[in-house]
Design a binder for this molecule. Structure first.
Ligand code: TMP
Length: 209
């Protein structure tokens, strides 16, 4: 199974990645976590460029995210999926649609066009969209040091969030929105509910092989 986690910077995604991994591992699943941009030698160099460069054309930014993604797909994601492990990607294509398509206003169609160049053109079995009110996410973001993308303003992040909502609306079977500004126990129960569904689907798949 191929899963990803998404959400605005400051929406609380990182807190839940370990929980997802531990829950799956406690059910006998081997899980590999990947991070984008980065996760390969080339990818880490691209991450550095993307997050710390002074000026960059929006198209360059878009292409670099996909270049990093192509490397991690071939070097990490596909080999692990082939070996029967589950992969949990900390961001994948939906991030480019939301941040570059929506935030940078390059348009969803343009990002999807580049998506078709990926080999293979993977799609997640499930994506968790961690979500908090924009003001709360911005407040959390303002507490730490900011990279180039995080220095963008409220309007940028509002567009990112709205594009994520649009994706959720278009693909409700694949994208599950998880609200993070509520009791942790409720967030975790919701996650468990979806993870149990995935585990059942996986076990049925393995049994029929
Ligand atoms: P991270 O904070 O989750 O490590 O992500 C790094 C930053 O890169 C974050 O601000 C979101 C941004 N990003 C994009 O703009 N487009 C993408 O395709 C990805 C994967 C991340």
């Amino acid at each position: 199974m191929f899963l990803s986690v998404e959400g605005l910077d400051g929406a609380g995604k990182s807190t839940h990645v370990e929980f997802i991994r531990d829950y799956l591992q406690s059910h006998g699943i081997e899980v590999v976590i990947t991070r984008e941009p980065g996760g390969t030698v080339i990818g880490e160099k691209i991450r550095e460029l993307l997050l710390n460069s002074e000026h960059m054309h929006h198209n360059t930014e878009l292409l670099l995210y996909f270049a990093s993604r192509q490397e991690i797909i071939r070097q990490v994601i596909v080999p692990n999926l082939d070996a029967g492990r589950w992969v949990l990607a900390d961001r994948f294509v939906d991030a480019s649609i939301a941040y570059q398509g929506g935030g940078r206003q390059l348009g969803i169609a343009k990002v999807k066009q580049i998506y078709t160049m990926l080999e293979p053109m993977l799609i997640t079995d499930m994506t968790f969209l961690f979500d908090a009110p924009l003001e709360l996410a911005m407040e959390r973001l303002n507490r730490g040091e900011k990279d180039r993308i995080e220095q963008e303003g409220l309007e940028f992040f509002a567009r990112v969030q709205n594009t994520y909502y649009q994706l959720e609306h278009e693909q409700p079977q694949r994208i599950k929105r998880i609200i993070t500004n509520q009791a942790m126990s409720i967030t975790r129960e919701t996650l468990q509910f979806y993870l149990d569904q995935l585990l059942a689907k996986y076990q049925a798949r393995v049994a029929s092989d």
